[in-house]
Design a protein around this ligand. Structure first.
Ligand code: GEK
Length: 243
């Protein structure tokens, strides 16, 4: 069945409220994210591959900000470690209500448990893989370093964090051009000018993006010995960081 099409911002909305991960968003989320994030499917399938290589026996694999569980599913399909468990965490009830059944529909050997919780509050048990796929950008900027440190501390030696984010650039010319290329990507995927501008305004207060340099420095400062940017398309990028 084709995913339900995102038309949330298709009509003029007099009063634009801040973007929220509510039922309306959860219902159209797979269509929204795949038409909005260049390289999303590449990032999801690569998370599966990396998890397959780095998962350790009898450890946990966390997907923090799991939404409908796309990264949980990719990991479930690739990981062969014995005694391992995948844990998806999201604080949107609308997402979590749908996520467990999405994930259960896919075959795999590992148990997957989805929790409704704030990733800032949740205690992380010893783990070998942590995924933050476009989640950190929704966390208060001043709380990001402590979250990355909590992840580093919970990872076992040799464990991996995969971090994907939308980023901004200090060079205004580069920033404007990359934003423009992203909007062109959205136009090509059927979003109108009205949808692009209303969504942008709705996200302004809730998604505060950092530069690539800030992300890389934060990962190194937490203690990761290898920090490598492995994907980039316009202003969307992903790193792996190995303990
Ligand atoms: C994917 N990773 O499909 N605690 C828990 N969840 C949070 C928090 C928080 N503090 N802040 C935001 N979220 C997914 C896509 S979407 C990205 C991730 C996007 C959750 C929020 O509820 C939402 O489901 C998710 O993080 C961000 O690979 O829509 O751009």
């Amino acid at each position: 069945m084709a995913p339900k099409r995102d038309a949330i911002y298709a009509q003029p909305l007099g009063q634009l409220s801040d973007f929220r991960f509510d039922d309306r968003v959860a219902e159209v989320f797979p269509d929204m994210i795949s038409r909005s994030v260049p390289g999303y499917s590449t990032m999801i399938s690569t998370i599966g591959l990396l998890a397959g290589k780095y998962a350790q026996n009898n450890s946990r694999l966390y997907d923090l900000g799991c939404s409908l569980g796309a990264a949980c599913i990719a990991m479930k399909q690739h990981v062969q470690a014995t005694g391992a468990e995948i844990i998806g965490v999201d604080n949107s009830e609308a997402m979590v209500r749908r996520c467990q059944s999405h994930v259960d529909a896919w075959r795999g050997d590992l148990p997957v448990n989805i929790l409704c919780a704030d990733i800032l509050d949740v205690e992380l048990k010893p783990c070998s893989v942590v995924v933050l796929n476009f989640t950190l950008q929704f966390v208060e900027p001043e709380l990001r370093a402590a979250l990355i440190q909590k992840i580093y501390d919970a990872l076992l030696p040799g464990g991996i964090l995969i971090l994907s984010e939308k980023v901004r650039h200090d060079d205004p010319t580069a920033d404007a051009l990359l934003v423009d290329l992203h909007h062109e990507f959205k136009r090509q995927n059927g979003y109108s000018e009205l949808e692009i501008s209303q969504k942008r305004a709705a996200l302004e207060n809730v998604m505060r993006i950092d530069t690539s340099e800030i992300h890389a420095e934060r990962l190194s400062a937490a203690g990761f010995s290898t920090v490598q940017n492995w994907y980039r398309c316009f202003n969307f990028t992903s790193w792996f960081a190995i303990k």
